[in-house]
Write a protein that binds this ligand. Structure first.
Ligand SMILES: [Fe+2]
Length: 479
């Protein structure tokens, strides 16, 4: 039983409890390695208290919009929490927990990300996607058009919150972006309206990255992955010489993460329900912003807006219209699975994931796309290991509709630890000192470990039939 229903039931049989608050939204949260912000709404004003173990974090403001900022957390650690006020605490809920990120910039373990776009409509399809959306992930991303049709407060309450994602909000690290439908009621220029009122976003660089000083665009780290959220709905933000572009260059220049992912609403490449050859918001993001992303080695660009799934080739330097695309822009003749794309100093994949619930639409094929699917609802799932980015688009039948892997040779590490996801394709892993693994090798894969001191295969490690595995002492030398 969730908390909201619990209190509603009590209030039907008692007048005493009705003097207390009822949770009418959330809780929902975002977090970094040492910080978290937990929010919820109540029907009547109180102060705000979050309890984690013996620690309490209090915001003394009397409000119905509760915002509690938590600092001093231990990286890569699990926390259960409770919420309430100084006069009462809401009942324990098994969904009220979160996991802090590994130390910003460090690699400790794989990082998992899920993402949805174009979902806030309260359709059966939205529920179908919600039902298969994992409840465990390190980051939950929204690619815009979170509440249709105009992103009003009432629509956010009905279509984004309300009955939706109740098992996801209390425990997933939610970091959204703004869509054009949201922007009807919210202004990125003034940072006003429901979108900006409902979310506390890391605009001061408090989760890693350079401070943007605006919630319209921002960046954050989760362990060894750097994420950038851009604003694409208003023209001044899309300028190559505007404040957002200038901040973007600074942020990318300062970043030392092993992987870089950027997301925003309007896709630079699409022939889905919108045409990137013609529509100015898409043209400007492609011509003004994509060259900056490529200049600084961004690996993956995620968007929504078009109501289908489209995913590009592994490519570089293409800023034209669909008919101008040719194989000279491709950095691989493959599709990235099962053989990974190999990235040296350039190359990115562009994915459109406008499949979260609004009616699917589109039938055109953009020439830059490796895959275009206009009849499947679903979500994006990403797993970032030290050396690989594994992307999957998963449908409401839980089947993988499309997937690819980007592999990068990273500087020689002292040690490597593998647990998941299973090794795929042909991959060689080298460490200066040790490799420890409880991982599995997938069917048909060819995997090698080489370390200078030892390779330890611990209980849980296994090889699938038809796979090739070898371990050697050798390794690599740090730069
Ligand atoms: Fe849109």
């Amino acid at each position: 039983m969730n908390v909201m229903n619990y209190w509603v039931l009590l209030c039907t049989s008692s007048t005493v409890c009705c003097a207390q608050s009822i949770i009418t939204r959330g809780p929902y949260l975002n977090n970094s390695d040492t910080k978290a912000t937990i929010r919820w709404r109540t029907d009547s004003p109180t102060n705000s208290v979050v309890t984690i173990g013996a620690a309490t974090y209090t915001n003394s403001l009397q409000t119905t919009e509760h915002i509690v900022k938590i600092t001093g957390l231990t990286p890569n650690s699990h926390y259960s929490y409770r919420i309430g006020s100084t006069s009462y605490t809401f009942p324990v809920d098994t969904n009220y927990h979160f996991h802090t990120a590994p130390v910003s910039g460090s690699y400790v373990r794989p990082v998992t990300v899920i993402g949805i776009g174009d979902f806030g409509v309260s359709t059966t399809a939205q529920n179908d996607v919600e039902n298969v959306l994992p409840q465990q992930a390190d980051v939950w991303q929204w690619y815009g058009d979170n509440a249709y049709p105009i992103g009003s407060a009432a629509e956010y309450e009905a279509h984004a919150f309300g009955p939706h994602y109740r098992n996801h909000y209390p425990k997933l690290n939610l970091l959204p972006s703004l869509g054009n439908h949201d922007a009807v009621s919210s202004s990125p220029t003034t940072q006003t309206g429901p979108y900006f009122e409902y979310f506390s976003l890391p605009s001061s660089g408090e989760y890693g990255g350079v401070a943007s000083n605006t919630a319209a665009y921002y960046s954050y780290n989760y362990g060894h992955v750097h994420f950038i959220v851009l604003e694409s709905t208003e023209a001044p933000f899309r300028s190559a010489t505007g404040a957002m572009a200038n901040w973007l260059r600074q942020d990318l220049q300062a970043d030392k993460s092993l992987w870089r992912v950027v997301y925003f609403h309007h896709p630079p490449f699409s022939k889905g329900s919108h045409n990137s050859d013609l529509e100015i918001d898409m043209v400007e993001m492609r011509q003004n912003i994509v060259p900056i992303l490529e200049q600084y080695g961004v690996d993956l660009v995620l968007t929504g807006h078009c109501h289908g799934y489209e995913r590009s080739h592994f490519m570089h330097g293409f800023y034209g219209t669909s008919s101008q695309f040719n194989d000279s822009y491709r950095l691989s003749s493959g599709t990235g699975f099962p053989e990974p794309y190999q990235k040296t100093n350039k190359g990115a994949v562009y994915a459109v994931v406008g499949t979260g619930g609004v009616a699917l639409k589109g039938s055109g094929i953009h020439n830059a796309m490796a895959t275009s699917v206009f009849n499947k609802y679903g979500f994006a799932k990403m797993t970032f290991t030290r050396d690989s980015l594994w992307f999957q688009f998963i449908g409401t039948d839980k089947q993988v509709v499309d997937q690819f892997i980007i592999r990068k040779v990273q500087p020689c590490p002292d040690q490597l630890v593998f647990s998941s996801p299973p090794h795929l394709g042909t991959q060689s892993f080298e460490a200066h000192l040790t490799i420890t693994s409880t991982n599995q090798t997938a069917k048909g894969s060819a995997i090698s470990y080489s370390a200078g001191k030892s390779v330890e295969l611990k209980p849980g490690f296994s090889t699938s039939s038809g796979s090739i595995f070898q371990a050697t002492v050798g390794g690599c030398n740090p730069p």
